[in-house]
Design a protein. Structure first.
Length: 229
Protein backbone atom coordinates (compact mmCIF):
# COMPACT_ATOMS: atom_id res chain seq x y z
CA UNK A 1 0.00 0.00 0.00
CA UNK A 2 2.95 2.31 0.59
CA UNK A 3 5.07 1.62 -2.50
CA UNK A 4 3.01 3.94 -4.70
CA UNK A 5 3.76 6.82 -2.34
CA UNK A 6 7.53 6.52 -2.81
CA UNK A 7 8.96 8.80 -5.48
CA UNK A 8 11.10 7.48 -8.34
CA UNK A 9 14.11 5.87 -6.66
CA UNK A 10 17.76 5.74 -7.75
CA UNK A 11 19.70 2.53 -7.16
CA UNK A 12 20.13 2.80 -3.41
CA UNK A 13 23.26 1.08 -2.15
CA UNK A 14 23.75 2.35 1.39
CA UNK A 15 22.08 4.12 4.32
CA UNK A 16 23.24 6.90 6.63
CA UNK A 17 21.54 7.64 9.95
CA UNK A 18 21.44 10.78 12.02
CA UNK A 19 21.66 10.03 15.75
CA UNK A 20 19.63 12.37 17.95
CA UNK A 21 15.90 11.88 17.47
CA UNK A 22 16.39 9.21 14.79
CA UNK A 23 18.17 6.39 16.63
CA UNK A 24 17.87 7.60 20.23
CA UNK A 25 15.37 9.58 22.29
CA UNK A 26 18.05 12.15 23.01
CA UNK A 27 16.01 15.06 21.64
CA UNK A 28 13.68 14.50 24.60
CA UNK A 29 16.66 14.51 26.94
CA UNK A 30 18.16 17.60 25.30
CA UNK A 31 14.86 19.40 25.89
CA UNK A 32 14.98 18.54 29.57
CA UNK A 33 18.65 19.57 29.84
CA UNK A 34 18.19 22.91 28.07
CA UNK A 35 15.06 23.64 30.09
CA UNK A 36 17.00 23.02 33.30
CA UNK A 37 19.90 25.17 32.06
CA UNK A 38 17.58 28.09 31.37
CA UNK A 39 15.48 27.62 34.52
CA UNK A 40 18.63 28.09 36.57
CA UNK A 41 18.83 31.53 34.97
CA UNK A 42 15.15 32.40 35.31
CA UNK A 43 14.41 31.79 31.64
CA UNK A 44 12.26 29.30 29.71
CA UNK A 45 13.02 27.07 26.72
CA UNK A 46 10.58 28.24 24.07
CA UNK A 47 9.59 26.04 21.10
CA UNK A 48 10.79 28.61 18.54
CA UNK A 49 14.28 28.61 20.07
CA UNK A 50 14.34 24.82 20.24
CA UNK A 51 13.57 24.57 16.52
CA UNK A 52 16.37 27.00 15.64
CA UNK A 53 18.86 24.97 17.67
CA UNK A 54 17.81 21.53 16.53
CA UNK A 55 20.01 19.57 14.13
CA UNK A 56 22.98 21.92 14.47
CA UNK A 57 26.39 21.24 16.08
CA UNK A 58 26.37 21.74 19.85
CA UNK A 59 28.57 24.85 19.74
CA UNK A 60 26.30 26.48 17.14
CA UNK A 61 23.18 25.61 19.16
CA UNK A 62 24.59 27.10 22.35
CA UNK A 63 25.56 30.29 20.53
CA UNK A 64 21.98 30.58 19.28
CA UNK A 65 20.74 30.13 22.85
CA UNK A 66 23.18 32.76 24.16
CA UNK A 67 22.14 35.26 21.49
CA UNK A 68 18.43 34.60 22.05
CA UNK A 69 18.66 35.34 25.77
CA UNK A 70 21.47 37.90 25.73
CA UNK A 71 23.64 35.93 28.15
CA UNK A 72 27.09 37.27 28.99
CA UNK A 73 28.45 33.78 29.64
CA UNK A 74 30.74 32.18 27.10
CA UNK A 75 29.67 29.10 25.12
CA UNK A 76 32.27 26.78 26.66
CA UNK A 77 30.87 27.17 30.18
CA UNK A 78 27.29 26.65 29.03
CA UNK A 79 28.22 23.64 26.92
CA UNK A 80 29.93 22.05 29.93
CA UNK A 81 26.97 22.73 32.21
CA UNK A 82 24.49 21.39 29.65
CA UNK A 83 26.56 18.25 29.14
CA UNK A 84 26.68 17.60 32.88
CA UNK A 85 22.89 17.79 33.09
CA UNK A 86 22.51 15.64 29.98
CA UNK A 87 24.96 13.02 31.22
CA UNK A 88 22.79 12.25 34.23
CA UNK A 89 19.74 11.92 31.98
CA UNK A 90 21.53 9.61 29.53
CA UNK A 91 22.49 7.26 32.32
CA UNK A 92 18.88 6.76 33.40
CA UNK A 93 16.52 7.64 30.54
CA UNK A 94 18.25 6.81 27.24
CA UNK A 95 16.07 4.69 24.93
CA UNK A 96 16.20 3.64 21.23
CA UNK A 97 13.62 5.10 18.90
CA UNK A 98 10.97 2.72 17.50
CA UNK A 99 12.17 0.39 14.75
CA UNK A 100 15.94 0.74 15.24
CA UNK A 101 16.77 -2.92 15.88
CA UNK A 102 14.45 -4.20 13.17
CA UNK A 103 15.84 -1.87 10.49
CA UNK A 104 19.44 -2.62 11.44
CA UNK A 105 18.75 -6.35 11.18
CA UNK A 106 17.05 -5.91 7.81
CA UNK A 107 20.01 -3.92 6.47
CA UNK A 108 22.43 -6.60 7.68
CA UNK A 109 20.36 -9.33 6.01
CA UNK A 110 20.19 -7.28 2.79
CA UNK A 111 23.96 -6.68 2.97
CA UNK A 112 23.48 -2.93 2.69
CA UNK A 113 26.20 -0.95 4.48
CA UNK A 114 25.15 1.82 6.84
CA UNK A 115 26.90 4.60 8.71
CA UNK A 116 26.23 7.44 11.13
CA UNK A 117 26.54 11.19 10.46
CA UNK A 118 25.75 13.41 13.42
CA UNK A 119 26.32 16.99 14.53
CA UNK A 120 27.24 15.77 18.01
CA UNK A 121 30.74 15.51 19.48
CA UNK A 122 32.53 12.17 19.32
CA UNK A 123 32.82 11.42 23.04
CA UNK A 124 29.07 11.94 23.45
CA UNK A 125 28.36 9.77 20.39
CA UNK A 126 30.59 6.98 21.65
CA UNK A 127 28.85 7.06 25.03
CA UNK A 128 25.34 6.96 23.56
CA UNK A 129 26.14 4.19 21.08
CA UNK A 130 27.92 2.21 23.77
CA UNK A 131 24.95 2.48 26.15
CA UNK A 132 22.65 1.35 23.33
CA UNK A 133 25.07 -1.45 22.39
CA UNK A 134 25.04 -0.56 18.69
CA UNK A 135 28.52 0.96 18.29
CA UNK A 136 29.86 -1.93 16.22
CA UNK A 137 26.92 -2.03 13.82
CA UNK A 138 28.12 0.96 11.76
CA UNK A 139 30.57 0.89 8.88
CA UNK A 140 31.71 4.37 9.91
CA UNK A 141 30.82 7.17 12.33
CA UNK A 142 31.11 10.85 11.41
CA UNK A 143 30.77 13.57 14.05
CA UNK A 144 31.13 17.34 14.31
CA UNK A 145 34.88 16.88 14.72
CA UNK A 146 35.22 15.36 11.24
CA UNK A 147 33.95 18.42 9.39
CA UNK A 148 34.43 22.18 9.19
CA UNK A 149 30.85 23.18 8.42
CA UNK A 150 27.94 21.63 10.30
CA UNK A 151 24.41 20.92 9.17
CA UNK A 152 22.55 22.41 7.30
CA UNK A 153 25.74 22.53 5.21
CA UNK A 154 26.04 19.30 3.17
CA UNK A 155 29.69 18.61 4.07
CA UNK A 156 29.03 15.71 6.44
CA UNK A 157 26.86 13.86 3.92
CA UNK A 158 29.31 14.41 1.09
CA UNK A 159 31.95 12.91 3.36
CA UNK A 160 29.61 10.02 4.16
CA UNK A 161 29.22 9.39 0.43
CA UNK A 162 33.00 9.15 0.07
CA UNK A 163 33.23 6.81 3.05
CA UNK A 164 30.64 4.53 1.48
CA UNK A 165 32.19 4.89 -1.99
CA UNK A 166 28.79 5.52 -3.56
CA UNK A 167 27.39 8.65 -5.26
CA UNK A 168 25.22 10.75 -2.92
CA UNK A 169 22.14 9.96 -5.01
CA UNK A 170 22.57 6.26 -4.23
CA UNK A 171 22.64 6.84 -0.48
CA UNK A 172 19.53 7.00 1.71
CA UNK A 173 19.76 9.47 4.59
CA UNK A 174 17.37 9.28 7.56
CA UNK A 175 16.99 12.63 9.36
CA UNK A 176 14.55 14.04 11.90
CA UNK A 177 15.13 17.80 11.63
CA UNK A 178 14.80 20.51 8.97
CA UNK A 179 18.50 21.38 9.25
CA UNK A 180 19.52 17.75 8.87
CA UNK A 181 17.25 17.23 5.87
CA UNK A 182 18.53 20.42 4.26
CA UNK A 183 22.07 19.08 4.57
CA UNK A 184 21.17 15.71 3.05
CA UNK A 185 19.12 17.21 0.23
CA UNK A 186 21.89 19.69 -0.59
CA UNK A 187 24.33 16.79 -0.79
CA UNK A 188 22.08 15.10 -3.35
CA UNK A 189 21.12 12.17 -1.13
CA UNK A 190 17.84 10.26 -1.19
CA UNK A 191 16.49 11.93 1.93
CA UNK A 192 13.81 10.52 4.21
CA UNK A 193 12.46 12.67 7.04
CA UNK A 194 11.63 10.79 10.25
CA UNK A 195 10.00 13.48 12.39
CA UNK A 196 9.50 13.10 16.11
CA UNK A 197 7.28 15.13 18.42
CA UNK A 198 9.84 17.96 18.43
CA UNK A 199 10.10 18.22 14.65
CA UNK A 200 6.66 17.33 13.31
CA UNK A 201 6.10 20.89 12.08
CA UNK A 202 9.51 21.32 10.43
CA UNK A 203 9.80 22.07 6.74
CA UNK A 204 11.09 18.92 5.04
CA UNK A 205 11.12 20.31 1.51
CA UNK A 206 13.19 18.10 -0.79
CA UNK A 207 12.72 14.91 1.22
CA UNK A 208 11.39 11.95 -0.70
CA UNK A 209 8.78 11.31 1.98
CA UNK A 210 8.13 11.63 5.72
CA UNK A 211 8.27 8.33 7.58
CA UNK A 212 6.24 7.76 10.72
CA UNK A 213 9.14 5.99 12.46
CA UNK A 214 12.06 3.81 11.38
CA UNK A 215 9.51 1.00 11.30
CA UNK A 216 7.61 2.72 8.46
CA UNK A 217 7.46 0.10 5.64
CA UNK A 218 8.11 2.77 3.01
CA UNK A 219 11.76 2.87 4.11
CA UNK A 220 12.34 -0.78 3.31
CA UNK A 221 10.14 -0.47 0.19
CA UNK A 222 12.44 2.23 -1.19
CA UNK A 223 15.55 0.19 -0.37
CA UNK A 224 14.14 -2.98 -1.92
CA UNK A 225 13.75 -1.16 -5.23
CA UNK A 226 17.53 -0.92 -5.58
CA UNK A 227 17.66 -4.66 -6.27
CA UNK A 228 15.14 -4.33 -9.06
CA UNK A 229 17.02 -1.68 -11.09
Amino acid sequence: MYESEVKSTPRLQAVVFDLDGVLANTEDLYEIACSELLQRRGRSYEPALRERMMGRPVADSIRILIDAHGFNEGPDALILECREILQALLETQLQPMPGVAELFNWLDDAKLPFGLATSALRDYVEFVLGRMEIRERFQFILTAEDIRQGKPHPEIYLLASRNLDVPPGQMMVLEDSANGCRAAVAAGAFTVAVPNRHTMKHDFSGAQFEANTLADPRIVAALVQHKQL
